[in-house]
Design a protein around this ligand. Structure first.
Ligand code: KG4
Ligand code: ZN
Length: 356
């Protein structure tokens, strides 16, 4: 569990600032956070369930939901205490309303609704992807429109973010999400769980040019992605070894990661052309979502943006992977625009950004 308390002594000095409590439970993190409308994170509590899921090599939805039920009240209480805030000082409660593992989403959304009702506060159901998408406005005050590469365990998309709730999809994966490709490849290489960070760590000691893996769709027009062929190529290579040494693991991990970086750069280059045609140069390329915590990916995209006269923004690592500060912040953005969610909102396992 990590507690990040960015408390500011002037937190009550400006009467116009609003504070929103965010709750995130869509996967294997139970998280709660208080964020102020000027972008100050008053508290950011995350309880990860890695130990619960590690024996199974992946997230078990039923166990995740149970764990959220057991932890949610403690985590929310910790966020309120760490931020030194009373419910009467809040302006709204924002919970992830989907997409995600539905058992967990139900826990967070129901808890948020109950808190809102009991404290006579507005409730906001936040799209988890929108939470990731708006994070660079919390951390770097990025102005609309910006080009977003959203890379997580369940999604891989390129979008023009035109405003809150206003997204143009430029391309998405036609098979696996990039985080899924990291997780499955890590499992294949015996690197443990969670796969993405484990693979990145193993790759540090590897030769990234040792294996020449395919780059599906690279060089083609458009901005769609494909990763399943890459994952299969790694499997065939692993199968061709009699036994796999630590050095092989590291070389395979490094070569896989390098291939992913190269695919992402290729697809983003096309997206940049499309984006700049409509919006001009000197705008911002943003990467968000759990996979954006990967240093090689961040470095590769930084170079690409520089080469195309764009600024590059990646939120700090702890705000790339799932957290509730992004949910609270999306709540702030929506509240400012007058949004409210009815308490009969039904949590959604699937909820594409294009439906906002
Ligand atoms: O956004 P996120 O925390 O949860 C979802 O909304 O899916 O993303 C989780 C994904 C997982 O697939 C995880 O392996 C991947 O992000 N990930 C990484 C790294 N850290 C997390 N992938 C590559 N390198 C990392 N350092
Ligand atoms: Zn996420």
């Amino acid at each position: 569990m990590t507690g990040n308390n960015n408390k500011s002594s002037s937190k009550r000095s400006n009467k116009d600032t609003m504070i929103v409590l965010g709750i995130e439970t869509s996967c294997d993190e139970t998280a709660a956070s208080l964020v102020r409308s000027d972008g100050t994170i008053l508290s950011n509590i995350i309880s990860s369930q890695f130990d619960t899921h590690r024996p199974y090599g992946g997230v078990v939805p039923e166990l995740a939901a149970r764990s959220h039920v057991e932890n949610i009240d403690t985590i929310v209480a910790k966020a309120m205490t760490a931020g030194n805030i009373k419910y009467s000082e809040l302006k709204a409660i924002a919970s992830t309303g989907g997409p995600g593992l539905i058992g967990g989403v139900i826990v967070g959304a129901t808890f948020g609704k109950a808190l809102a009702l009991a404290n006579n506060l507005p409730f906001l159901a936040i799209n988890h992807l929108e939470g990731h998408a708006l994070t660079p406005r919390l951390t770097h005050k990025v102005q609309f429109p910006y080009l977003l590469l959203l890379v997580s365990g369940g999604h891989c998309q390129l979008l023009t973010v035109k405003g809150v709730g206003n997204y143009d999809l430029l391309g998405s994966t036609i098979d696996d999400a990039v985080g899924e490709a990291f997780d499955k490849t890590a499992k294949l290489l015996g690197l443990g769980f969670p796969g993405g960070p484990a693979l990145e760590k193993a790759a540090l000691d590897g030769d990234k040019y040792k294996f020449n893996f395919p780059k599906p769709l690279a060089g083609r027009t458009g901005c769609d992605f494909s990763f399943s062929g890459l994952k299969t190529a790694v499997r065939y290579t692993v199968d061709s070894f009699k036994s796999i040494t630590e050095k092989d693991q590291a070389d395979l991990a490094a070569s896989f990661q390098e291939t992913v970086v190269s695919i992402l750069k290729d697809r983003c280059a096309n997206a940049i052309s499309m984006f700049q045609e409509k919006n001009g140069k000197n705008k911002v390329l943003v990467v968000a979502g759990g996979v954006a915590a990967n240093t090689q990916i961040r470095n590769g995209l930084n170079t690409l943006a520089y080469d195309h006269d764009m600024d590059f923004v990646a939120p700090p690592m702890n705000l790339c992977t799932d957290n509730a500060a992004m949910i609270a912040w999306a709540g702030v953005e929506k509240l400012k625009l007058g949004y409210r969610t009815d308490l009969d909102f039904v949590p959604r396992p699937r909820w594409p950004l294009s439906e906002l």
